[in-house]
Write a protein that binds this ligand. Structure first.
Ligand code: HEC
Ligand code: HEC
Ligand code: HEC
Ligand code: HEC
Length: 451
């Protein structure tokens, strides 16, 4: 006979509703092993400044907030402070002005579904980002992935529920493995803000979830995220499509999910096994996560190194061509080119940069689906070449003999070249952090590794 201890009972039955605030700390005593391992995501504080590593990104993203600051991801416990403190989200807008949408909070923690239930999806996205700062006290946590009254898995965001149904993977009809992967896929997925729906987050999978499918959707709708200030291209932005890439990988076919690799089973001190909630580097736990199917850690690491080098080399090549294409388009405009001529090359730039972004914004692509990554970048490369060939003809016709390209030697040099006043932006943000965020927002917004 199974004996249910009072502690276990209390871990399994709470009487709370989705719209109630469920702070992560609520689970501290109820599921201590999971809670403690979740807390250790705080030890994963390292991140890299991607713009400093690849200053050319500032040209590609000129005119969008990404040109101001862009880092690699780190532990889940930093999600709130990183989005609060990045230059990308700026400061509170002047009275009566519209600022950054609250949709920027969408993937940062369980207070988001709580506030969406309260305000409605469009009520939420219609707010300014800074309006909701005081509400965001919990980083990526328990009730993002679990129902609030049990440990059952759930997709707490309505747009994610809808997206999975669009690609014929409705959450409620999936097995436990796919449900687990979908909990990650609520956030580790590409999205855009729907301008006609108050900037509500939408996952653009009507035609499917490949780069081609999504591009078709955007092109049919004539959607663009911003107009590139140098080339005047109507641009698209991809965002971390980890779920999309994984879903087409051989690991997915073998039944290895995000959970298999990033949340493997561990033994607690009492010998009880639990799912490791320190979601982080998969290779650190090779024995638990990979050894069931792979014999040699060194062999796997060598394969990953080869994949990574191949992807890095290709992406650099695409980036350098796109920089040239943006400036060659500018030279054509400056020499009096007509829209009539520019349509084709600008479309080639748009499509090339979209594919490049769909590859490189997918963190861990070299591990998740290197084959698709190489294919995307190879197509992006030929589209960038095509743009330059088309621009070359236009420049010839306009008798432009020399195009000047920017100095790509440092992030600072390129930011100055594209007209960003970083000193001013940084000082304004710092003042806002000190006077507002640190004083009036919950502690989670100031939780940085050095503090
Ligand atoms: C990003 C999604 C995610 C977050 C955040 C998350 N969990 Fe989980 N949790 C899972 C998944 C996936 C499983 C494994 C379910 C399965 O396949 O059995 C799981 C399993 C569990 C289980 C069942 C026992 C076990 O260890 O497998 C408990 C209890 C649990 N989580 C508690 C928590 C608590 C407490 C928090 C917050 C501190 C939390 N979870 C945060 C996704 C998450
Ligand atoms: C509620 C949204 C959300 C969910 C659900 C979520 N993540 Fe994340 N994840 C993030 C954000 C945001 C970051 C970046 C945090 C930062 O850099 O401040 C991140 C970062 C990461 C990182 C980088 C960690 C590091 O130490 O470098 C990994 C790996 C990761 N997530 C995997 C997963 C997996 C696997 C799941 C499912 C079990 C998952 N995430 C579920 C939002 C989410
Ligand atoms: C076959 C194992 C495997 C599967 C399945 C898998 N990953 Fe990964 N993932 C890795 C490896 C290996 C890396 C690169 C090394 C690392 O950071 O762990 C990685 C990297 C990442 C990163 C980047 C971490 C960083 O700091 O740059 C994120 C985010 C991530 N994975 C999320 C996911 C999500 C979400 C899923 C499911 C949709 C998933 N992974 C499925 C093995 C896997
Ligand atoms: C359920 C079984 C399973 C698990 C678990 C698994 N793999 Fe794999 N992995 C495979 C299979 C099958 C292949 C394909 C083998 C082939 O094509 O020769 C593969 C291939 C690979 C490759 C080679 C792909 C390439 O690009 O050359 C790498 C790298 C890899 N896995 C990494 C990992 C890592 C890292 C983990 C753990 C975090 C992991 N795998 C966990 C089954 C698994």
């Amino acid at each position: 006979m199974r004996i249910i201890t009072p502690l276990l009972l209390s871990a399994l039955s709470f009487s709370l509703h989705a719209a109630d605030a469920v702070p992560n700390s609520f689970w501290k005593e109820r599921a201590p092993l999971e809670y403690q391992s979740w807390q250790t995501t705080e030890s994963q504080g390292e991140r890299e400044d991607m713009l400093a590593q690849r200053p050319q990104l500032v040209v590609l993203w000129a005119g969008s907030a990404y040109a101001k600051e862009f880092h690699s991801p780190r532990g889940h416990r930093f999600a709130i402070s990183d989005v609060a403190q990045t230059l990308r989200t700026g400061v509170a807008p002047a009275q009566g002005q519209k600022g950054m949408s609250a949709s920027c909070w969408t993937c940062k923690g369980p207070d988001v579904p709580r506030m969406m239930a309260k305000l409605g999806e469009e009520g939420f996205s219609g707010k300014n980002f800074t309006d909701l700062g005081t509400e965001m006290g919990n980083t990526v946590g328990c009730s993002d992935c679990h129902e609030t009254d049990s440990t059952k898995l759930t997709l707490s965001r309505p747009h994610a529920q809808k997206a999975m149904a669009k690609v014929s993977l409705p959450f409620n009809e999936q097995n436990a493995a796919m449900q687990g992967a979908q909990t990650c896929g609520q956030c580790h997925v590409t999205y855009y803000f729907q301008p006609e729906a108050n900037n509500k987050v939408n996952i653009p999978w009507i035609f499917g979830s490949t780069a081609d499918d999504i591009e078709r959707y955007y092109d049919t709708r004539r959607f663009y995220e911003w107009s590139h200030p140098i080339s005047r291209t109507p641009m698209l932005k991809a965002r971390h499509p980890e779920f999309e890439h994984w879903s087409r990988s051989h690991h997915a076919k073998e039944g290895a999910t995000c959970i298999t690799c990033h949340m493997p089973q561990e033994q607690g001190e009492n010998g009880k096994s639990f799912s490791e909630h320190r979601v982080g580097n998969a290779l650190d736990r090779f024995d638990q996560a990979c050894a069931g199917c792979h014999d040699s850690k060194a062999g796997v690491e060598a394969a990953l190194r080869v994949n990574k080098e191949k992807i890095d080399t290709l992406r650099t090549e695409v980036e350098m061509l796109l920089v040239k294409a943006h400036y060659e388009a500018k030279a054509a405009w400056d020499a009096g080119a007509e829209w009539y001529f520019m349509d084709e090359p600008l479309m080639s730039i748009r499509h090339s940069q979209w594919r490049w972004d769909f590859a490189v914004s997918s963190h861990g692509l070299y591990a998740h689906n290197p084959k698709e990554g190489v294919e995307l970048l190879t197509t992006a490369l030929s589209q960038a070449k095509q743009a330059r060939a088309q621009l070359g003809e236009i420049l010839l016709r306009l008798k432009v003999e020399k195009v000047s390209y920017p100095d790509l030697s440092s992030k600072e040099a390129v930011q100055a070249a594209v007209g960003l006043d970083m000193e001013k932006l940084t000082a304004e943000k710092k003042a806002y952090i000190d006077s507002e965020i640190k004083k009036h927002w919950p502690e989670a917004a100031s939780r940085l590794p050095h503090e």
